[in-house]
Write a protein that binds this ligand. Structure first.
Ligand SMILES: Nc1ncnc2c1ncn2[C@@H]1O[C@H](COP(=O)(O)OP(=O)(O)OP(=O)(O)O)[C@@H](O)[C@H]1O
Ligand SMILES: [Mg+2]
Length: 268
């Protein structure tokens, strides 16, 4: 059965989509059958893997709102083991359209059930909010991967995200784990990045993944070529980091389980 990992942080621009694209590609390169589900109306995960807007008739919007079977929207990619369920602008309206539906929070969970056995990993790229789309992802997921950018206010909104996780555990998905906290856009030359790393390690303790994603210009360029970093510049530091992350996710154990309080150290 595939492991479903939601990639979420309601703060914008922290590296969620970059991580979704490149972790998915690195998992596929390690022969893991991988599905990337794009839940962001911006559709950057889809276009970043070369799936051009307007070339597909149905998207995750149709899956969530109209009950279209998920597998009917799969798009293949340049990598044999990697498939994408693309997003479209229409997703913007999904929250409103679903607001009266009693099962609005479980739509994705239900859509994923029939395809679970076809994949080793299913990654969910979430939009920068804690709306119905992200809640669907957290209910469907086995674990949550939280990218955090190494900058001022890195922890902004994190308490709210952790509260949402607690709530979802109480109400719908008691087994939701924290896959890990991923430091992104790390610049080892700056004191700031190093300071933020220390703060995050204090805050999240052992939940911080040992792989750190450096700030790397090639990672920023790759999406405009519709390719993951592995196919754009395999020798780059960015590619190296995401390959290491894939290994850590394949072999590592989820962080922060057990009887200990789920609250990060220092969270109040
Ligand atoms: N490690 C990195 N090095 C350099 N640039 C990066 C890196 N990670 C992400 N970027 C760039 O930073 C910007 C934001 O990244 P990304 O789109 O992955 O964040 P996001 O959290 O998905 O954003 P949103 O909240 O809008 O969905 C993009 O232009 C991306 O190319
Ligand atoms: Mg994004």
């Amino acid at each position: 059965m595939g492991r479903i990992i939601a990639i979420a942080n309601q703060k914008g621009g922290v590296g969620k989509t970059t991580t979704a694209i490149n972790l998915a590609a690195s998992l596929a390169a390690a022969d893991m059958r991988t599905l990337l589900v794009d839940l962001d109306p911006q559709g950057n995960a889809s276009s970043g893997l070369g799936i051009r807007k307007g070339t597909y008739p149905r998207s995750t919007y149709h899956v969530l709102v109209h009950g279209t079977p998920l597998e009917s929207i799969f798009q293949s990619t340049e990598m044999e083991a990697l498939f994408v369920a693309p997003a479209s602008r229409e997703l913007v309206g999904a929250t409103m359209e679903l607001s009266q539906e009693e099962d609005r929070h479980q739509r994705l969970e239900r859509a994923l059930a029939p395809v679970l056995d076809r994949f080793d990993f299913i990654l969910l790229d979430c939009p920068p909010s804690l709306d119905i789309l992200t809640v669907n992802a957290l209910i469907a997921a086995h674990s949550l991967l939280i990218p955090i950018q190494c900058e001022y206010f890195a922890l902004e909104g994190v308490s709210e995200l952790m509260e949402t996780v607690q709530q979802i555990r109480r109400v719908r998905n008691p087994h939701l784990e924290i896959e890990g906290v991923l430091l992104t856009m790390f610049d080892e030359r700056t004191n700031l990045s190093n300071q933020v790393m220390q703060d995050l390690k204090q805050f999240f303790a052992e939940k911080v993944l040992s792989t750190i994603i450096p700030r790397n210009i090639r990672l920023g360029e790759a999406p405009s070529h519709g390719r993951p970093i592995l196919l754009y510049d395999i020798k780059s530091k960015g590619a190296e980091a995401y390959i290491r992350l894939a290994k850590e996710i394949i072999h590592g154990t989820p962080k922060g389980l057990g009887a200990r309080s789920e609250r990060p150290v220092g969270d109040s």
